[in-house]
Design a protein around this ligand. Structure first.
Ligand SMILES: [Zn+2]
Length: 207
């Protein structure tokens, strides 16, 4: 984004108490501060950490090494700017049976680096590349039950608000008998900061 556009963007954002910008960890620096100073509200910077699984991260984040993320997070902390982090559920190359665990580990990592908000994004196919990896056995689409379980485990993180991204949630595979209740349970967890998860869904079809 050309630097000369920033004052006008800040002017357009003047009615808002908070502004979130999505940024690559590499581009967080002095220009982030310049923009923050122009805003009348607070600035939150959203960064995709995706996964801390070493093999998957090597495939996904050729440009985002963990130390770059750490430096960006430290910079934001130092300057009192908020950090939001996107973590993936079902990242390619993460073994499906370890999927929930790595999502939780990644969220914990983000929280330990000062993230105040963490969004769990279930990986969605549709771009051809994931379908190719799926055929090779390197990608297993995440399920609704995994999203629910990952979010539930992340409620234990008290220094950040963790939510599940429910966009296109109908595309996640799951038991049709209890789908509606599971979606509702995820939405309850998204809206409630309580560390106590809502009552589990009993389902004879998928228990
Ligand atoms: Zn069920």
């Amino acid at each position: 984004m050309p630097a000369e556009d920033l004052p006008r963007i800040a002017e357009l954002a003047a009615p808002f108490a908070a502004v979130t910008v999505e940024s690559h960890a590499n581009t967080i620096g002095p220009s982030t501060l310049e923009f923050a100073v122009l805003l009348s509200g607070t600035l939150e910077v959203a960064v995709g950490l995706e996964t801390v699984h070493p093999v998957a991260a090597a495939h996904l984040n050729k440009k985002l090494e963990l130390d770059r993320f750490d430096r960006a997070a430290a910079f934001l902390r130092e300057h009192d700017l908020d950090l939001r982090v996107f973590v993936l559920l079902g990242a390619p190359h993460v073994p499906a049976q370890e999927s929930i665990e790595w999502t939780v580990k990644t969220a914990e990592y983000a929280a330990s680096r000062g993230a105040r908000r963490i969004s769990i994004i279930p990986v969605r196919g549709g771009n051809g590349e994931l379908e190719r990896l799926e055929a090779l056995g390197d990608f297993v689409p995440p399920t609704l039950a995994q999203l629910e379980a990952a979010l539930e485990r992340c409620l234990a993180i008290r220094s950040a608000v963790v939510t599940a991204d429910v966009w296109d949630i109908a595309r996640l595979s799951g038991c049709e008998n209890c789908r509606a209740q599971r979606v509702a349970r995820i939405q309850t967890m998204n809206l409630s900061p309580s560390p106590q998860p809502p009552t589990p869904i009993p389902c004879s079809a998928c228990a």
